[in-house]
Design a protein around this ligand. Structure first.
Ligand SMILES: CC(C)(COP(=O)(O)OP(=O)(O)OC[C@H]1O[C@@H](n2cnc3c(N)ncnc32)[C@H](O)[C@@H]1OP(=O)(O)O)[C@@H](O)C(=O)NCCC(=O)NCCS
Length: 221
């Protein structure tokens, strides 16, 4: 309910057997139900980490569901992007991005759950799932630490959602054998710095040109 035809087609494909998805994607493209250039990583169906899914009640008022991102989240992630203030966009992307086209967003939501992990925070609003936050790590091959990034809808900030996302992301990263997290955070982004400071691991920070270079090695607790 409340989804576009494209979102429905994608959501149905996501619950089909992973071995059938390549053919379903092909047919959905042929029927012009999904974008002709829709990306699909055949292996991602088998790698999707169901076990991340959980829910948590914040401040006794808001129940939030968490799960790994799916390709069918593209429209919802775009809606989240367009709700951001200019400041949130700048803090997240370090530049004043105004638009989030399909090409860019579909690359963002199609992840391999290994080198790139993304977890979304969802609330149910009038029976519809609404994404209100997202956190991810991206590990480049050959690098021991993964880059991290967070964003939470401004209406729901300060409730502990990022902190919770951070811990889910940390658990997933440890299970993948990642040695630590790193991040670049603008000097005046106190909320983000606070989330990292609360990590169970010692946080190393270096300030350079208005940006904190943060590293959190997991082996030093
Ligand atoms: C940074 C961000 C992800 C934090 O999300 P959040 O869900 O509000 O974070 P939490 O509620 O888990 O924790 C935020 C902490 O910062 C504190 N905080 C919030 N604003 C603050 C401020 N201006 N100064 C100091 N502390 C602040 C909160 O009190 C909280 O600390 P507490 O748990 O000790 O009370 C969110 O503000 C955001 O989306 N910002 C825009 C995008 C961004 O900056 N991304 C980070 C770069 S990758």
């Amino acid at each position: 309910m409340g989804k576009t035809l494209r979102e429905r087609a994608q959501a149905l494909i996501e619950i089909a057997h992973p071995d059938d998805r390549v053919e379903l994607i092909r047919q959905a493209k042929e029927a012009k139900m999904i974008y002709a250039d829709q990306i699909y990583f055949a292996e991602s169906g088998h790698l999707y980490p169901d076990k991340i899914a959980c829910s948590h009640r914040f401040k006794d008022t808001l129940t939030v569901r968490f799960r790994a991102i799916k390709p069918s989240d593209e429209e919802e992630m775009r809606r989240l992007f367009y709700r951001f203030s200019d400041q949130a966009v700048y803090y997240r992307y370090f530049s004043p991005i105004k638009t989030m086209p399909h090409k860019k967003m579909q690359e963002y939501v199609n992840v391999d759950y290994r080198y790139t992990m993304s977890i979304v925070a969802i609330i149910d609003e009038s029976g519809l799932g609404k994404i209100i936050g997202e956190a991810r790590y991206v590990k480049t091959q050959g690098e021991p630490f993964a880059d991290t990034a967070f964003v939470v809808d401004e209406h729901y900030q300060g409730m502990g959602i990022s902190t919770y996302l951070f811990n889910l992301l940390l658990r997933a990263a440890r299970e993948e054998g990642i040695a630590g997290f790193k991040a670049d955070v603008l000097e005046n982004n106190r909320a983000m710095l606070k989330v990292y400071e609360k990590a169970l691991y010692p946080v190393q920070t270096v300030l350079s040109g208005g940006v904190y270079k943060i590293t959190i090695p997991f082996n030093e607790s």
